[in-house]
Write a protein that binds this ligand. Structure first.
Ligand code: SAM
Length: 203
């Protein structure tokens, strides 16, 4: 699935290509297999630059793909809509919503999701909000569903993973992405530095 608009910044197209290959490895290691009718939720999605690779990597053959991205920031959601909503093909329903992704418990008419994706999760910026975001996301996930996070930083990835463990998930695969692009704004920060997939421990 190709974007209808070019990405906003130099470097993003390469990041997205690398994300696709890491995501494929992560999903294979997690023994992920998409159902024919798949529902994917992308939380705190920002511009949702990864929409195309997420759909084509996680559910290339699904007959029906429902995909929803949610973020607080209206300009990013507007950009995501411009980039991706024109590319919808038969069988796809792609939506973006401006809203609080930690309050999916209050959003009516959401389906149960097979895959929940949170790229560059930001757990340590507000632990109570992100704990609620994770808890409510898990409630929206099917029993055999998969939740994936990616992280910019080593420590933030550890903290978020520990929180997900306390909320009843277990990690089924994890990748330290050594070819991830270093970012100059903070030491030890790189694009999709870590990826991890989780499932309900009780299943
Ligand atoms: C580090 S950025 C990652 C954005 C995007 N996932 C990416 O990888 O490019 C964190 C995002 O979380 C969003 N965010 C933070 N708290 C949120 C909340 N409670 N509900 C929805 N979005 C939230 C911010 O608006 C921001 O877009």
């Amino acid at each position: 699935m190709r974007p209808a608009l070019p990405f906003s910044y130099p470097g993003i197209a390469g990041d997205i290509d690398r994300l696709a290959s890491q995501l494929r490895l992560l999903l294979d290691a997690a023994e992920w297999s998409a159902p024919d009718s798949v529902a994917i939720l992308n939380l705190a999605c920002g511009r949702a630059d990864e929409t195309g690779v997420l759909l084509s990597t996680a559910a290339p053959l699904a007959g029906r793909r429902f995909y929803l991205g949610i973020d607080l920031r209206a300009p990013e959601i507007a950009e995501a809509k411009r980039r991706w909503m024109a590319t919808v093909s038969t069988g796809d329903e792609i939506n973006f919503r401006c809203g609080d992704a930690s309050r999916t418990d209050r959003m009516a008419s959401l389906p149960a999701f097979d895959l929940i994706f949170i790229r560059h999760q930001n757990f340590w910026s507000d632990v109570p909000v992100w704990t609620r975001l994770y808890r409510n996301a898990i409630e929206r996930m099917k029993d055999h569903g998969t939740l994936i996070i990616t992280s910019y930083f080593d420590r933030e990835h550890e903290l978020a993973s520990a929180c997900l463990g306390q909320l009843g998930l277990h990690r089924v695969s994890e990748i330290r992405h050594f070819a991830s692009r270093e970012l100059p704004d903070a030491p030890g920060k790189s694009v999709d530095r870590w990826l991890a997939a989780f499932r309900k421990a009780s299943i």
